[in-house]
Design a protein around this ligand. Structure first.
Ligand SMILES: NC(=O)c1ccc[n+]([C@@H]2O[C@H](COP(=O)([O-])OP(=O)(O)OC[C@H]3O[C@@H](n4cnc5c(N)ncnc54)[C@H](OP(=O)(O)O)[C@@H]3O)[C@@H](O)[C@H]2O)c1
Length: 277
């Protein structure tokens, strides 16, 4: 029986690499993206890995309920099952709380959080009926630790954490596994997209702090590791019989989480302040 994986946001970054990795492992991969005209890089990478015949591109925007319904019913009518869902689509909105509009906040939550909820709800009845399935939510270290200049992103990823924890309890009696992958900074296009769209103004009272945040983000992006690590981990989770709830990975990710868990809050805050000097 062919195993089927459904992935969101496969035009670039982790989504693209995960689509190739799961196809390499023998999954029939439904690689979804907002604009199917962007599929060139994915198909080239799948071709190089010898996995192109297993990758199928479909148009899906996680903020558009109609595209979600269409893709899921198409997958069911063609393959009759969904074994793995990777909720990967997302973006990082930069800027200080006061300077972002409510529209900015809503779009961040619509994509990074409600997109995950909508995709998950669409496949839950299928996986529950199969009494098997794995849902991998791509969270972030920013879902465990809030940094200045990225409040909407942190809020959306903290929301994904709570959602996943609760859902894991709900679905374990049905054999459906919910897993959170929490990467630190990795070299993907997300940095350029986020930094290019930062909201501020020339006379902003947050100007200096924002510059420090930008410098920190640029340094982190430049030194970030190869995103294939994340795709490899999702592949191992997909084939694992009993994956954990959380997998943190990336440069400094575990250290940051230990720091938050073990240090007095004031000290931890001081470490973040120091990093942003
Ligand atoms: N890279 C990192 O350092 C890092 C660290 C922690 C977590 N993450 C998370 O990893 C995930 C993937 O990000 P990435 O780093 O691989 O960045 P990326 O290369 O920018 O990939 C993001 C993907 O999400 C898609 N997307 C955005 N909005 C969408 C929507 N409404 N519907 C469907 N697809 C949408 C993008 O499509 P378009 O091409 O159409 O924009 C793109 O394919 C995100 O959830 C991100 O928060 C990344």
């Amino acid at each position: 029986m062919e195993r089927v994986a459904l992935i969101t946001g496969t035009s670039s970054g982790f989504g693209l690499l995960t689509a190739v990795e799961l196809a390499r492992l023998g999954y029939r991969v439904i690689a979804t993206m907002r604009h199917t005209g962007d599929q060139g890089a994915l198909l080239d990478a799948a071709g190089r890995a010898g996995a192109a015949p297993l990758v199928e591109v479909m148009r899906l925007d996680v903020t558009d309920a109609e595209t979600i319904e269409r893709v899921v019913s198409e997958v069911m009518s063609r393959y009759g099952r969904v074994d793995v869902l990777v909720n990967n689509a997302g973006f990082a909105l930069g800027g200080f709380v006061e300077e972002l509009t409510m529209e900015d906040w809503r779009l961040q939550m619509e994509t990074n959080f409600f997109g995950v909820v909508a995709m998950t709800r669409a496949v839950l009845p299928i996986m529950r009926g199969q009494r098997s399935g794995t849902i991998v939510n791509i969270g972030s270290v920013s879902g465990r630790v809030g940094f200045p200049g990225y409040a909407p992103y942190a809020a959306s990823k903290f929301a994904v954490e709570g959602f996943s924890e609760s859902l894991r309890h709900e679905m374990s009696p049905f054999g459906v596994r919910i897993v959170l992958v929490e990467p630190g900074a990795y070299k993907t296009p997300i940095w350029n997209k986020g930094l290019a769209n930062i909201r501020t103004s020339p006379d902003s009272p947050y100007g200096r702090k924002l510059q420090a945040v930008l410098k920190y983000s640029e340094r982190a992006a430049a030194a970030a590791p190869d995103p294939r690590q994340v795709a490899g981990l999702v592949g191992r989770i997909a084939v694992s019989r009993s994956p954990r709830l959380r997998y943190a990975l990336g440069k400094g990710a575990r250290l940051t989480l230990w720091g938050k868990a073990l240090l007095p809050w004031k000290w931890f805050e001081g470490v973040i302040r120091q990093a942003l000097r």
